[in-house]
Ligand binder design. Structure first.
Ligand code: GAP
Length: 532
């Protein structure tokens, strides 16, 4: 079963080193996160999978890596200076700030309706370029990578001799000064983007729009988000961005948040190339663009069939890596009861939980929001025992839980049961898993077992094709659980038989089935199973 709450994911990410709040030791920075040792692997694997599918496996795509800092005129003619704006309101009672379109006239912090009139707020970050801080010496941190592609259109065309239709793919950071960053990785101020600008003959854009929708749904499926978990939202005309003729938003139902956009696939007409082009009046543009007196290039394509210069139309699939990361975690997260815990021990946990919740209800140091959240979660766990028992870990990690002395008792009752009777598993597709294989000696104080296990790990690592770890810091059952929780698809155990016949047991994460594989065949065995 996929994750049912965002807290399960936040807790896993913190506990196991997937994601940390940025600058945590100084109190953090709102809306900014760091990817830890496992997070960077998962993130890189998502990006690599996207690049493989969209660049290497197609014959109509090129790659690009444009700079984050660009001439300010890019953002003038793209329309961002004028339109990349959210309506900002202040609560006059508690002084908090909100996006007017997200709060329905009531302050989510204190409930007051005494709000200022909405005023426009441009989401682009500014930075100074060069040593002199005059009003002209600034640049924006790009809010999307797309414009780097449009302004390089002529360069790519000239250096690759591409014919329409073709596309340019780019992965890179985008920055948005969101008024209310929230919901963990879902809405942040700095994030990685996966963007494609696909250039087509005018008149063929509707067909390509549909084809890209299909292709993108296939990719999502290939990383473990099935089609029936994605809702395709055909954005109503009145809600379309200024550049879009039609947009499909792919919506994924995140825990706690409900259906939210993970990717937008927009049909952008000739707006972008037309906006950045000189001689616009001669281009017969269909899109309404701001007159451009600064561009030095005609962003056109010479169509040999007709002998005319045309402005290609654009189809743009654009996704954020963080939202993808979060959807993959949510979708593959699973808490499984391996065997039923003894009833008397379960009763002891239920009693400890009830006492903890009673204490939460009486505690005056915890704020009302945190108290309600703890009570709601705790009651849901109590009603869902025994299956919900692993969620006690999440409960005890929630804000305010550390104020409750009885939390220690609850942990003392629950943790041994969780360790013994449950496992948390990330059913990640093997090509996304941060660690592909973990190697254990059956006994850590047996020199022969340890030496062979270390030798196997080193041999598997040597070609540099996958991350393989050695671990002997616990009993085998515990080591399996640790790897299950981070999605490692294969655990290799070196036992006494290994010393005789040079085979090891390979345990499959999902089925927990084991088979013996000769040491010399391990590399091929794993490569075959962890390839995309
Ligand atoms: N070039 C088109 C474009 O930028 P967008 O819908 O504004 O379109 C594309 O952004 C994707 O970037 C979204 O579908 C979402 O996955 C991601 N995204 C946008 N804003 C985000 C934010 N503040 N935090 C995390 N991801 C974000």
């Amino acid at each position: 079963m996929p994750a049912s709450t965002m807290d399960q994911l936040v807790s896993l990410c913190k506990r196991r080193g997937f994601v940390f709040p940025s600058s945590e030791i100084y109190g953090g920075l709102q809306g900014v996160y760091d990817y830890g040792p496992l997070g960077v692997e998962l993130k890189n694997n998502i990006i690599a999978s996207w690049w493989r599918t969209n660049v290497y496996q197609r014959d109509d795509m090129e790659g690009l890596d444009a700079a984050i800092l660009m001439n300010r005129l890019v953002w003038k003619y793209s329309g961002h200076e004028e339109t990349f704006i959210d309506p900002l309101v202040d609560c006059r009672v508690c002084k908090s700030r909100w996006r007017a379109d997200q709060i329905a006239g009531r302050c989510p912090n204190c409930g007051a309706t005494d709000l200022t009139e909405p005023r426009p707020f441009n989401l682009m970050f500014k930075t100074q370029v060069g040593p002199v801080a005059d009003p002209e010496s600034f640049a924006y941190l790009r809010p999307e990578t797309a414009q780097g592609i449009f302004v390089n259109f002529a360069n790519v065309l000239a250096t690759t001799s591409r014919k329409l239709p073709f596309g340019i793919a780019q992965v890179g950071k985008g920055f948005r000064n969101e008024i209310n960053p929230r919901n963990f990785l879902f809405r942040v101020r700095e994030f990685d983007m996966l963007e494609i600008e696909y250039f087509v003959y005018p008149g063929t854009e509707d067909e390509w729009h549909q084809r890209w929708l299909e292709d993108r749904l296939c990719w999502w499926e290939s990383i473990g988000i099935p089609r029936d978990r994605i809702h395709v939202y055909d954005v109503p005309r009145e809600d379309l961005a200024h550049y879009s003729k039609r947009t499909f938003d792919l919506m994924y139902a995140y825990p706690d948040l409900g259906p939210q956009e993970i990717e937008g696939i927009a049909s952008r007409t000739d707006y972008d190339l037309g906006s950045h082009s000189r001689d616009q009046e001669s281009l017969e543009l269909t899109a309404r663009v701001n007159p451009n007196r600064d561009s030095t290039a005609r962003l056109t394509y010479f169509d040999q069939a007709t002998g005319r210069h045309i402005v290609p139309f654009v189809v743009e699939p654009s996704a954020g890596v963080g939202r993808c990361f979060l959807a993959v975690l949510a979708e593959t997260y699973d808490e499984q009861m391996v065997k039923a815990p003894p009833p008397e021990r379960l009763t002891a946990v239920a009693d400890a939980l009830a006492a903890f919740l009673k204490s939460v209800g009486r505690n005056e140091k915890i704020g009302p929001q945190a108290r309600d959240a703890l009570l709601e979660r705790g009651q849901a766990i109590a009603a869902g025992l025994p299956e919900a028992l692993p969620q006690v870990e999440t409960l005890l990690g929630m804000p305010g839980a550390d104020q409750i002395e009885l939390g220690k008792k609850l942990r003392g009752q629950a943790q041994p049961l969780i360790d013994e009777y449950f496992r948390t598993v990330l059913h990640l597709r093997p090509h996304l898993a941060p660690i592909k294989a973990a190697v254990f000696p059956l006994k850590r104080n047996h020199a022969g077992l340890v030496a062979l296990a270390k030798e196997i790990a080193a041999t598997l690592r040597a070609p540099g094709r996958m991350r393989v770890v050695y671990d002997d810091t616990g009993a085998i059952g515990k080591l399996y659980r640790r790897q299950d929780e981070i999605g490692t698809p294969f655990c290799l155990t070196v036992d006494f038989q290994s010393l005789e016949d040079r085979t090891v047991t390979v345990r499959d994460r999902d089925s927990m089935a084991q088979e013996r594989v000769p040491v010399d065949e391990l590399h091929g065995y794993l490569v075959e199973r962890v390839a995309s």
